[in-house]
Design a binder for this molecule. Structure first.
Ligand code: NAD
Length: 297
C-alpha cells in the first residue's frame, strides 16, 4: 500500500527527496523537464518516466516545482491519467490561492490531496531532516505521514487545504522581518561604537533574542556557524526569501491584512535579491543596509 510513488520535479530539493524515498524502500518513478536532473535521480534509483507514465500506477504523486503555475499546469496534464483516489502531495512553495485551486482541481478529478511545503533547504532534503507543513484532510495526512517521515524529521498537520502554505509564508514573514530588524540593530550599534560581540551577548539573552540573531547572526564572529562567517554563502538564499515574502505579501493584500512590516520586508528583499540572487544568504542584507546608511550619512 502506498509503495509506488510518482515524483515530479527532481531539482535541488526534489532530487534528494526522491532519493530518500528510494532508500526507504519505495518504488519511485520520476519526471523532470531537465534531462540532467532526471539523470542524477536515476543514479539514485529513481525510474525515469514521462509525467503521465509516472502517475498511471502510482499510489502517491509528489510534486516539487518552482511556482503555482507549474503545479496547476502539471495537474491539468496528469489528473486524468491517475487512478481515482490517488493521493497528490504538493511540496512546492506556492501561493495559498494556487494551492487551494490545486486542491479543488484534484478533488474534482476524484483524487485526494495535501499541500506540504517544506523548510530545511537542500541540506535538509539531502539529510532527510526537512520540516513538512501540511494542509488537507486528516485521513490524507495520516496516509502521507510515513512517506513524509522518510524525507523529513518533523511533520505537522496545520489544517485544511492551503494551511501548510499559510504556515510556511507566515513563518517566513516573521523570519524576513526579524532578519531586517537584527541587521538594522547591528548597523545602528556600529554607528554608536558598540561591538558586535557586546550587542550579541546582550540581545541573545534578552528580549531581542530570535533565530535571525542567535542562529543565523548576520555579522561575522558571534555565531561561528552563521553564513556571515563564510562570506554569506547560503544557507537560505536571498532569492528564496524574496519569493516567500512575495507570496506572503500577495496573501496579505488579498486578505486586506495590515502587514506593513511584512510588505516592506518583501520590497527590501525583492530589491536585495536582484543582485544577491541564489548566491548569497538572506542575512547578507546587512551589507546593503550598512552601505545605504553610509550613503545617507
Ligand atoms: P529547482 O529549480 O532546483 O527544481 C525545480 C525543478 O522542477 C527543476 O528541475 C525543473 O526542471 C522542474 N520542473 C519545472 N516545471 C516542470 C514540469 N512541468 N514538469 C517536470 N519538471 C518541472 O528548485 P528547488 O530549489 O528544488 O525548489 C523547488 C521548490 O521547493 C520551490 O517551490 C521552492 O520555493 C521550494 N523550496 C526550496 C528550498 C531550497 O532551499 N532550494 C527550500 C524550501 C522550499
Amino acid at each position: 500500500m502506498n509503495r509506488t510513488v510518482a515524483f515530479i520535479g527532481l531539482g535541488h530539493m526534489g532530487g534528494p527527496m526522491a532519493a530518500n524515498l528510494v532508500k526507504a524502500g519505495y518504488r519511485v518513478r520520476g519526471h523532470d523537464l531537465a534531462t540532467a536532473a532526471l539523470d542524477i535521480a536515476a543514479e539514485a534509483g529513481v525510474e525515469p518516466a514521462s509525467s503521465v507514465q509516472a502517475v498511471e500506477d502510482a499510489d502517491v504523486v509528489i510534486t516539487m516545482l518552482p511556482a503555482g503555475r507549474h503545479v496547476l499546469g502539471l495537474y491539468d496534464e496528469i489528473l486524468d491519467a491517475a487512478r481515482p483516489g490517488t493521493l497528490f502531495v504538493d511540496c512546492s512553495t506556492i501561493d495559498v490561492a494556487d494551492a487551494r485551486s490545486a486542491h479543488e482541481r484534484a478533488t474534482a478529478a476524484g483524487m485526494r490531496t495535501l499541500d506540504a511545503p517544506v523548510s530545511g533547504g537542500v541540506v535538509g532534503a539531502e539529510a532527510a531532516t526537512l520540516t513538512f507543513m501540511t494542509g488537507g484532510e486528516a485521513a490524507d495526512f495520516a496516509t502521507a505521514r510515513p512517506l513524509l517521515e522518510a524525507m523529513g524529521r518533523k511533520v505537522v498537520h496545520c489544517g485544511g487545504a492551503g494551511a501548510g502554505q499559510a504556515a510556511k509564508i507566515c513563518n517566513n514573514m516573521i523570519l524576513g522581518v526579524s532578519m531586517i530588524a537584527v541587521s538594522e540593530a547591528f548597523v545602528l550599534g556600529e554607528s554608536l561604537g558598540l561591538s558586535h560581540q557586546a550587542l550579541y551577548e546582550v540581545a541573545s539573552t534578552a528580549s531581542g533574542q530570535c533565530w535571525a540573531l542567535s542562529v543565523n547572526c548576520p555579522v561575522p564572529g558571534p555565531v561561528p556557524t552563521s553564513p556571515a562567517n563564510r562570506d554569506y554563502r547560503p544557507g537560505f538564499a536571498a532569492a528564496l526569501m524574496a519569493k516567500d515574502l512575495g507570496l506572503a505579501a500577495n496573501a496579505a493584500k488579498a486578505g486586506r491584512v495590515q502587514a506593513e512590516l511584512g510588505l516592506r520586508a518583501a520590497e527590501l528583499y525583492a530589491s536585495y535579491a536582484e543582485h544577491a540572487g541564489t548566491a548569497e544568504d538572506f542575512s547578507g542584507i546587512v551589507r546593503t543596509i550598512r552601505e545605504q546608511s553610509g550613503e545617507q550619512a
